[in-house]
Ligand binder design. Structure first.
Ligand SMILES: [Zn+2]
Length: 204
């Protein structure tokens, strides 16, 4: 990681490792963020004229404006000149400038923050559901480690953040790494008596 690499991810098509473990070409993060500002725009197939107005995602717009404003301000503070081209070109300019060490460290940090903010907004990850206070039948513990993390967790969200069918859930132990799926998982859920917390019937 470094400023050059951060700018590359933000402003150019780049390679990213997918769930299949292979590297895929993905668009620049700023391009993805721009597309998210008007989500109906890119995906609307066969768009007829006179349809409803394109909705705006205000959070995506705010983040984009914030990154643009801060970057232009930084450039002005460094050079005493206003930047007169696109945000992408500005970030790429930062990566090739002969910067003072403190500016270099600052821009490296904020560019990484931009990556994290865009990623968190566009692809929010729902955490596995902790089964607090439940004892793992494999290792016999409910918590592990100095931080006393919860052993058992339930995976019930798909990649889009929607709840999966109960039969596709899984339970894992973070301590002994035992795992349960399918009928075994359902049997274990019942054995742990988690029904009231997890609302099995509602999720079905
Ligand atoms: Zn265990």
């Amino acid at each position: 990681m470094g400023l050059t690499d951060n700018v590359h991810q933000l402003s150019r098509e780049h390679l990213k490792t997918g769930p299949d473990g292979k590297a895929h070409k993905v668009p620049a993060l700023l391009e993805e963020l721009r597309n998210a500002v008007t989500p109906g725009h890119a995906g609307s197939a066969g768009g007829s004229d006179g349809g409803p107005p394109i909705p705006i995602n205000p959070n995506a717009l705010d983040l984009l404006c914030e990154i643009e404003r801060d970057s232009r301000r930084d450039y002005f503070e460094i050079t005493s000149e206003a930047w007169d081209s696109t945000l992408e070109e500005l970030l790429q300019r930062f990566a090739t400038m002969d910067l003072a060490a403190d500016w270099s460290a600052y821009l490296e940090r904020v560019s990484l923050e931009y990556i994290d903010q865009i990623t968190a907004m566009l692809w929010p990850v729902k955490p596995r559901r902790k089964l607090v206070g439940k004892v793992c039948p494999s290792c016999g513990w409910a918590t592990y480690g100095e931080e006393r993390k919860t052993c058992l967790s339930l995976g019930c969200w798909d990649d889009e953040g929607a709840m999966k069918k109960v039969g596709e859930w899984d339970i894992e132990c973070g301590s002994c790494e035992a795992g349960w799926t399918g009928e075994q998982m359902i049997f274990l859920l019942r054995a742990l008596d988690t029904r009231d917390e997890i609302e099995l019937t509602q999720a079905r």
